[in-house]
Design a protein around this ligand. Structure first.
Ligand SMILES: O=P(O)(O)OC[C@H]1O[C@H](OP(=O)(O)O)[C@H](O)[C@@H]1O
Length: 321
């Protein structure tokens, strides 16, 4: 480990996030916090009695993790939570503060998901069918809580091209005892007449209530509105994007074309332009509710909660001083 190179656990976590072996906004946040805790242990040995070296090493790890994927704000919010709580005069004090903050962050994340699951479950009635998009642990928490409340829930699960995270959703819902019908994305509108709710997660929520989620969410939301089917986003407050309070937009990740068109098909078709945006923005007017651990909000009012939680702005404690 050198000044610029973080310890192995951070490098491995960063690589796994970039390749989407670790994916899903909440899971990414929790993996990043845990990697910082491991970095703190390694840096404490390396830095011995040099607090400045320890701090520099933690900032470097933060930068490596931050650079993996751009859209899910839960990642920088996790790094902020942990690194802003790094305090102490000695390396050992600094180490303990980082490990403690990372641990508190992960516990808070789990609790928030349980709490928002209860709120989301209250919106679902016994006998309801829910349509899902992609794979969101926050969204699944709502269905699982409804099932725990004794409600009978069925699901229509969109496969979610190009990475087909819908398969994970289908498997997990089936294992939770929820009858599942898997459909291709383009069949969604046809099935909207058969569902009572659309339920999606979020990677980021903007100050105007726009929901940034897996590509295809905005089209689904417009169709749901046209069919009169309510659509909700399940999102812990770590998905609130503080930079949008000051007018910044959320960067949409563009992924490799290989996810859209494999090498064989590419060879057959020949030269052709391919684009692969991973996310899109659903305007607040097409979303009925944002369900968080602090209750449900009309999208347009989420800015109030955002100011309360992130009003001090979007610090970058991983930046070089
Ligand atoms: O935090 P949870 O609710 O688990 O997931 C939130 C969102 O993260 C995922 O992104 P990706 O699959 O990492 O690109 C999906 O867009 C999902 O809706």
């Amino acid at each position: 480990m050198t000044d610029t190179e973080p310890a192995a656990p951070v490098r491995e976590t960063a690589e796994s996030i970039a390749t989407m072996e670790i994916r899903g906004a909440a899971t990414i946040a929790s993996a990043a916090a845990e990697a910082l805790a491991e970095q703190a242990e390694a840096a404490a040995e390396e830095a011995e009695s040099d607090p400045a070296a320890f701090r520099a090493s933690m900032r470097g790890a933060g930068r490596t993790l931050r650079e993996t994927r751009p859209t899910a704000v839960s990642l920088p919010n996790a790094l902020r939570y942990v690194l802003q709580r790094m305090e102490g005069d000695t390396v050992d004090e600094l180490r303990r503060s980082v490990v403690g903050a990372a641990d508190a962050f992960v516990r808070q994340l789990d609790r928030a998901q349980d709490d928002l699951g209860q709120v989301g479950a209250n919106r679902l009635a016994d006998g309801d069918t829910v349509m899902t998009h992609c794979h969101s642990t926050d969204a699944l928490a709502c269905i699982e809580a409804a099932v725990d409340q004794g409600k009978s829930i069925s699901a229509v699960v969109k496969e979610t091209r190009p990475r087909q995270q819908g398969h994970i959703t289908a498997e997990q819902l089936r294992d939770a005892g929820v009858p599942v019908t898997l459909i291709v994305d383009s069949a969604a509108r046809r099935y909207l007449d058969e569902v009572d709710h659309v339920l999606v997660g979020a990677d980021s929520i903007a100050a105007d209530g726009g929901v940034i989620n897996k590509i295809g969410t905005s089209g689904l939301a417009v169709n749901a509105r046209e069919r009169g089917v309510p659509i909700m986003t399940a999102a812990q407050t770590i998905k609130l994007h503080p930079e949008t309070l000051t007018g910044h937009t959320v960067e949409i990740e563009m992924r490799d074309e290989e996810e859209v068109i494999g090498s064989e098909a590419r060879e057959e078709i020949g030269e052709i332009e391919v684009e692969n945006p991973a996310f899109d923005v659903t305007p607040p007017r097409y979303m009925d509710a944002i369900v968080t651990e602090q209750g449900q909000f009309p999208p347009e009012s989420i800015v109030t909660l955002m100011r309360e939680l992130f009003g001090e702005g979007a610090a970058e404690p991983w930046a070089e001083p």
